[in-house]
Design a protein around this ligand. Structure first.
Ligand code: PLP
Length: 412
């Protein structure tokens, strides 16, 4: 049937070409390669180190709290911009886990239905056509996409190994600084696994103040630190609360990805503007979920247990990959291990890109990773692979070693 709908799509999603592109995006390619490889190797199990979310479900105490709260009449209705109990729990959590004190839960903290929608909404509060968002690259792209949709521009800040995967703010040209309104940071970082330092955050505060830029620090992996590295909040640095906000998520910290809950904390004006935008986008997260979230925030030891598991898995994976010839180092935080991709296999295929290597890993070895070719050639291994206990984790590592053991990688 002839349809006019195709002619009506907005340019931001491709206009009348929407849905007709033949370009396959990275994650779509990975899914397709997984399907094909599983069909081609029916006897072999997939080692999935590509997923960016926890393998475990939320703690039983959190689930029980949801059950109890979901049964109450008073929790049935719109939550709008949030409930005080969750904001108060968030303030107490920031103090206990990050040593950030003195935030007013009513005016300096607000909930969000996960950090992703918050990252999409913040540009709506700041970006006019022609304004610039500074974004670390590679990275989580939502704030940049929304900036462009609003007629703004994105200026990339490349994350390089030699700088500890921290952006070089001094390299931002004067003309860009003048038009920049937002700076998006994400530490601990996806995909590099890098952690920020108080010195770096102090430089960020000075840069933001000097150039009148609003900082958005995405702390989705914040408390998942190990080996004695304490969780670090941007808000713990002097002056940070005057230049921006930090976004926290319960998704990774409490194995609650599907629950959709997070919060913003920091500058009162940013929180207020976010609330105004949010109020026009959603009607708040289910109160029972917020109350279960408040319970979770009161139990930071749950995050510490999860972090210990990821730490153990990182140790195993780093040792295994090093033995196989990869140059890699355990991160201080997050469940990601960012590893330079080989250039090929001796007397075998060449990998011109990390994507070539990642596709080869799936198709030939049934090992799933995520490639990044934005700045250098790296693949991201995620230690969220499915394993019930430490013994199962060791078996997976042995399997990885067996599958790659006979391969002579070429590194240049
Ligand atoms: C860096 C980063 N920010 C934000 C998110 C979104 O998290 P949430 O589940 O809170 O929306 C993710 C999820 O993968 C992420 O990696």
């Amino acid at each position: 049937m002839e349809s006019y709908i195709q002619e009506q799509f907005a340019e931001r999603i491709g206009g009348n070409r929407f849905g007709q592109g033949t370009v396959l995006y990275k994650f779509e390619k990975i899914k397709r390669a997984k399907r094909e490889a599983l069909a081609a190797h029916p006897g072999l199990a997939l080692i999935d180190m590509g997923v960016g979310e926890p393998d475990q479900m939320a703690d039983a105490g959190i689930v029980r709290r949801l059950y109890d709260e979901a049964r109450k009449w008073e929790n049935r209705d719109y939550a709008d911009n949030g409930i005080a109990a969750f904001q108060e729990a968030a303030a107490a959590y920031l103090e206990k886990v990050y040593g950030v004190s003195g935030l007013d839960p009513r005016t300096e903290i607000i909930h969000a239905i996960g950090s992703k929608p918050a990252l999409a909404m913040l540009p709506q509060a700041f970006i006019n056509p022609g304004d610039v968002t500074l974004m670390t690259v590679p990275g989580y792209p939502v704030t940049g996409t929304m900036t462009r949709w609003l007629g703004g521009e994105v200026f990339p800040l490349p994350l390089r190994e030699e700088n500890g995967f921290l952006p070089d703010l001094e390299a931002v040209p004067e003309a860009i600084r003048r038009r920049a309104k937002l700076l998006y940071l994400n530490y601990p970082n996806n995909p590099t696994g890098a952690a920020a330092t108080p010195e770096f955050y102090a430089r960020v505060v000075a840069f933001a103040r000097a150039n009148r830029i609003v900082v958005i620090q995405d702390c989705a992996y914040g408390a998942l630190t190990f080996d004695g590295h304490p969780p670090l909040s941007f808000l713990s640095v002097p002056g940070a609360r005057e230049v921006g906000v930090e976004i926290h998520s319960l998704s990774k910290a409490f194995n609650m990805t599907g629950w959709r809950l997070g919060f913003l904390a920091g500058h009162e004006g940013v929180i207020k503007a976010f609330g105004a935008v949010k109020d026009n986008n959603d009607s708040g997260q289910f109160k029972a979920i917020q109350l279960a979230g408040a319970y979770a925030l009161g139990h930071p030891e749950l995050t510490a247990q999860t972090a210990a598991k990821y730490s153990r898995r990182h140790d195993l994976l780093v040792r295994t990959l090093r033995d196989l010839g990869f140059r890699t180092q355990k991160p201080k935080a997050s469940f990601y291990l960012y590893v330079p991709a080989p250039a090929g296999v001796k007397d075998g295929p060449r990998f011109d890109t990390a994507e070539d290597f990642s596709q080869w890993l799936i198709r030939e070895k049934l090992i799933s990773t995520v490639p990044w070719d934005d700045v250098g050639r790296y693949v991201r291994f995620s230690v969220t692979f499915l394993a019930d206990n430490a013994e199962a984790e060791r078996r997976i590592m042995d399997d990885l070693r067996t599958r790659l053991g006979g391969v002579a990688f070429v590194w240049a």
